[in-house]
Design a protein around this ligand. Structure first.
Ligand code: SF4
Ligand code: SF4
Length: 108
């Protein structure tokens, strides 16, 4: 008799999804630069970087460098004292095997 194990017992990576976010930055509210880089520092996905262009108040707001990686964790919004950054969920995507594979620096 052929021994079979139901595939339902195993985690199906194809069904594992995470949120996709849209990030809105109100540059005129931002006091980024030497005074603040909280949204950049606390973003686990490295979605943001400091701009090299000043806003009208002389600060350097963040810019989006990899918005596709935003998982809507909300840290940027939570840590911004100026209400200058907001995030909303716009969908979901399937996690790729590469994203959950152990990273070299973490595997040592
Ligand atoms: S946390 Fe807010 S004020 Fe600070 S750099 Fe980010 S958007 Fe600007
Ligand atoms: S919601 Fe989270 S992942 Fe998205 S930009 Fe803000 S800190 Fe980064």
């Amino acid at each position: 008799m052929k021994h079979e194990v139901s595939s339902a017992r195993y985690w199906n990576i194809q069904e594992c999804t995470i949120p996709v976010g849209r990030v809105t930055i109100i540059t005129s509210f931002c006091k980024g630069g030497e005074d603040c880089d909280e949204c950049i520092k606390f973003c686990p996905e490295k979605v943001l970087e400091l701009s090299t262009i000043r806003n009208e108040r002389g600060f350097f707001p963040p810019v989006l460098v990899d918005e596709e990686q935003c998982t809507v964790c909300g840290r940027c919004q939570l840590y911004c004292s100026e209400n200058a950054i907001f995030v909303e969920k716009i969908g979901e995507r399937v996690v790729t095997p590469d994203e959950i594979a152990p990273r070299e620096e973490n595997s040592q």
